[in-house]
Design a protein around this ligand. Structure first.
Ligand SMILES: [Zn+2]
Length: 79
């Protein structure tokens, strides 16, 4: 791994929108309810990679609705 890449890493918190997968056991960081898979409703979740001072700290999960209702704290969720 001696090759340098031209792509600079993104060192800030960011969020992506994903389908909730079957078997998901995440808990929403806002309402603290489980982010559950439901085949009928095809719920979406927001997964945020949280960076503090340029260092990756943790991953947080949210219901898409909760995330939107709370001002997109880690920026707009990209798909
Ligand atoms: Zn929620």
């Amino acid at each position: 791994m001696s090759k340098t890449t031209t792509k600079a890493p993104v060192r800030q918190s960011r969020a992506v929108l994903r389908r909730v997968e079957a078997g998901s056991s995440s808990v929403c960081g806002i309402c603290e309810e489980p982010v559950k898979f439901a085949a009928k409703t095809q719920r979406s979740q927001v997964i945020a990679n949280v960076y503090t001072d340029g260092k990756w700290t943790r991953v947080e999960h949210f219901h898409a609705e909760c995330y939107a209702d709370n001002g997109e704290i880690y920026g707009p969720a990209t798909t």
